[in-house]
Design a protein around this ligand. Structure first.
Ligand code: NAP
Ligand code: MG
Length: 402
């Protein structure tokens, strides 16, 4: 069989622990035999980040801007224990944070739906994708404990030194205050990422906030979304047969529960944090969630939504068998290959990505799965496979389907 040829390299960001082990197995078993894979390789494993003073992370993000599509393995975000474990020069920052800051992107997370892993919400038939704004609000806030009676104000001083004040509260006794911000530029990027992604995936998009209560802060989000939609996207949405609509966050939550899925839900930073965990657990498992970072100028970085599965890695190191679910990492590869195929006009490459996804789903639906899924499936005739045999089973299904 002739291997599928590529023209532009994918930016390949290798990672840590158990997902690094899966990464190699996926390439060897599921991609290299079928695709003449071209990648520009960056080793984001913690050892290499430490050796390069984290330069490798920055370089991989710049390469993503250059080529447009990256695929990333899960990576360790170091804490004090990791500094000791890896003898780090510094507590390096989260690679995802660094890459997100450079690409100025929005993160889209969607569950992978298979028969036999049923969502808790019976009427959810198609995936619900969360688009989370990744800048500001409570994540970049200043806070103060108020010890006793006194006046708290918001003060803005412009460059000429003029002050604008807004009373927060006249305290009669102790309390707390918080000051948070966002940037019009960041909200505009967020809106464009959302609308582009909706067009890309041909799905209706909802955005919700609490503008009735927050008449300046949340209302600005609402206004910016509407202005950008009317000026730049309305006609394209009409042509694609999809919709944008705005509603209040509490109304959105009620509608989501009653919906059948198949849309994108754009969330402010905090709402996205909370709602994505609610959705992923209601749909079944974090190991069945895809995640893609999309920048407003149209670059894409695909990854799994879960971490490096440290506990399984230590078992693997101890020579014990693991049953780690590789589905989200496989879908990171297929997402990236399909996008590369679209951008470079190589339909065989996109078609291959679709077939690999189908083979993965078919394998699970035939009853062959890893332990995490075996524990929650509604299928009755189930074979629990180890990490490697699961990937080999997908290979067998793929060869049959091809
Ligand atoms: P984790 O890797 O997501 O794993 C937490 C637990 O969830 C695992 O112990 C396992 O449960 C289950 N799990 C997650 N993914 C699974 C899979 N593919 N197959 C089977 N079970 C899976 O989170 P963590 O252990 O808290 O974090 C480990 C490292 O990942 C940390 O250093 C963190 O910084 C990093 N991290 C990276 C990213 C990223 O790069 N995107 C995201 C989050 C965390 P059982 O042990 O019960 O089987
Ligand atoms: Mg969270």
């Amino acid at each position: 069989m002739n291997k599928i040829q590529m023209t532009t390299p994918l930016v390949e960001m290798d990672g840590d622990e158990m997902t690094r082990i899966l990464w190699k197995m996926i390439k060897d078993e599921l991609i290299l035999p079928f695709v003449d894979l071209k990648t520009e390789y960056y080793d984001l494993g913690l050892k290499c980040r430490n050796e390069t003073d984290d330069k490798v992370t920055y370089d991989s993000a710049y390469a993503t801007q250059k080529y447009g599509v990256a695929v990333k393995c899960a990576t360790i975000t170091p804490n004090a224990a990791r500094v000791k474990e890896y003898d780090l020069k510094e507590m390096w920052k989260s690679p995802n944070g660094t890459i997100r800051a450079i690409l100025d992107g929005t993160v889209f997370r969607a569950p992978i739906i298979v028969k036999g892993i049923e969502p808790c919400v019976k009427n959810w038939k198609a995936p619900i994708t969360i688009a989370r704004h990744a800048y500001g609000d409570v994540y970049k806030a200043s806070e103060m404990k108020i010890p006793g009676a006194g006046k708290a104000e918001l003060v803005y001083t412009d460059e000429a030194g003029n002050e604008t004040r807004e009373l927060i509260h006249e305290f009669k006794g102790p309390g707390i205050i918080q000051g948070m911000h966002n940037l019009n530029g960041s909200i505009e990027s967020f809106a464009r990422c959302c609308f582009n992604y909706a067009l890309d995936t041909k799905q209706t998009i909802w955005f919700a906030s609490k503008d009735t209560i927050s008449k300046k802060y949340d209302h600005t989000f609402k206004d910016i979304f509407q202005e950008i939609f009317d000026a730049e996207y309305k006609e394209k949405f009409d042509a694609a047969g999809i919709e944008y609509f705005y509603t209040l966050i509490d109304d959105a939550v009620a509608r989501v529960m009653k919906s059948s899925g198949g849309f994108i839900w754009a969330c402010k930073n905090y709402d996205g944090d909370v709602m994505s965990d609610m959705l992923s657990s209601a749909f079944g498992s974090l190991a069945m969630m895809t995640s893609v970072l999309v920048s407003p100028d149209g670059t894409y970085e695909y990854e799994a939504a879960h971490g490096t599965v440290q506990r399984h890695y230590y078992k693997h190191l101890a020579g014990e068998e693991t049953s780690t679910n590789s589905v989200a990492t496989i879908f990171a590869w297929t997402g990236a290959l399909r996008k590369r195929g679209e951008l470079d006009n190589i339909p065989e490459l996109s078609e291959f990505a679709n077939k690999l996804e189908k083979a993965t789903i078919d394998t699970i639906e035939s009853g062959k799965m890893t332990k995490d899924l075996a524990l929650i499936t509604t299928l009755t005739d189930v074979t629990t496979l180890n990490s490697e045999d699961f990937i080999k089973a997908i290979r067998a299904t793929l060869e049959q389907n091809l």
